[in-house]
Ligand binder design. Structure first.
Ligand SMILES: [Zn+2]
Length: 384
């Protein structure tokens, strides 16, 4: 059928490419090559390589895209190779609808491709859990899966998270990346627009905190095309939200910056205010996304200022790629490489923290807490 031909062709070429990569070497010279492949497989590499040889842990990675397609997790392990040690793994909670009335045969693959709405796609959590469970124990240790498939305007969102933990115990370390205010996205989501002042958001964060899940939240600090000189639109609401949840381990994605939501001077001040507030000591920032890297390396002055802030408070920042289902390792490393001038200005200790140690500290703690919550819950269930 004409409508599906493009996708079919794409899927076909992906499969044959995969076959070529996997099986071609085997055809060459049998057992010896197979042994080499096993020796070079990501898990074997992980076991043999001290963590210091990795470039980074990735606190922000999407295995699937806005139409819920993406990389096979086994292929992605090869892409991580010996560059990424551990990865916080999630899909995207929103599905771009393909509306034939609007887009006819132009199947949209990104939210900017279509006027048709986005909707919450809860199955993403089952997809991520199932992908993770298809890995060996050793390979699983390299991932921290996250729950994203909830509608944060729904008081029942917390119940969805609980249900996912119950269905897939031993898997998840956090929730997110989920978005409240996000340029070009929030307004496209079917149903109510998210709000930082929504009781439903407090309820789901309270539940995540009780379990020990890391909360990775995307919220632009401002609206697009803000009036010059005006207070960033969502700064006060965001601060209030963080303050209402002092015991939650937050990661504020992209330091609150967007594609056109600029890192206004005020944002550096907001970040520093948060960092200095002892009540907000559990709030961290990820520097993921090529759009964020673009601003940080835009001028030597911008890079210097960002590096100075991170050198002052190295515990509070995490590297992430925000890549979405990258096809090659080169693509996967784009953001890391883009930050080259920034890495050079960090002290060795700060660089280690941002690239690796903060991730390990935060996600090891989350794993410990969530597993303990699951264990006590399962016990109390079986005990009646
Ligand atoms: Zn993201």
């Amino acid at each position: 059928m004409k409508t599906f031909s493009r996708k079919d062709a794409k899927a076909q070429s992906r499969t044959s490419e995969r076959d070529r990569l996997f099986f071609a070497p085997l055809r060459l010279c049998g057992k010896t090559v197979l042994a080499i492949i096993i020796a070079l497989s990501p898990s074997a590499t992980l076991a043999q390589t001290p963590s210091s040889s990795y470039l980074f842990n990735d606190s922000h990675f999407h295995l699937t895209n806005y139409i819920q397609e993406g990389s096979d997790i086994h292929d992605f392990l090869k892409i991580m190779g010996n560059k990424a040690g551990r990865v916080a793994l999630f899909g995207i909670p929103l599905q771009q609808q393909w509306s034939y009335r609007i887009d006819e045969d132009r199947a949209p693959t990104y939210y900017l491709n279509s006027d048709a709405p986005l909707y919450y796609y809860s199955f993403t959590d089952a997809w991520i859990a199932t992908s993770y469970k298809s890995l060996s124990k050793e390979d699983q240790a390299r991932f921290d899966p996250m729950i994203t498939g909830f509608n944060p305007t729904d008081m029942y969102a917390a119940d969805h998270i609980r249900r996912v933990l119950t269905a897939f115990p031993g898997v998840f370390s956090g929730i997110g990346e989920f978005s409240i205010h996000k340029e070009f996205v929030s307004a496209k989501i079917a149903g109510e627009v998210g709000s930082l002042q929504d009781k439903a958001l407090d309820r789901l964060i309270d539940f995540a905190t009780e379990v020990g899940l890391v909360v990775l939240i995307h919220n632009d600090v401002d609206v697009p095309f803000a009036k010059p000189g005006a207070e960033p639109a969502y700064a006060a609401q965001m601060m209030a939200l963080l303050k209402r949840h002092p015991d939650t381990t937050f990661i504020w994605a992209h330091i609150g910056v967007g594609r056109i939501i600029r890192p206004v001077k005020e944002q550096a001040a907001i970040v520093e205010t948060i960092i200095k507030d002892p009540q907000l000591r559990n709030v961290h920032f990820d520097i993921s996304w090529d759009e964020v890297a673009k601003y940080i390396v835009a001028t030597p002055e911008a890079t210097k200022n960002a590096a100075a802030l991170v050198n002052r408070y190295p515990e509070r920042f995490l590297f992430g790629t925000d890549e979405v289902a990258p096809a090659t390792q080169e693509k996967y490393l784009t953001v890391y490489n883009q930050y080259e001038p920034f890495w050079k200005l960090l002290t060795p200790a700060a660089s280690e923290k941002v690239r690796k140690q903060n991730y390990e500290r935060i996600f090891n703690e989350a794993r410990r807490k969530v597993r303990a919550w699951e264990a006590s819950r399962l016990k109390s269930n079986s005990g009646g």
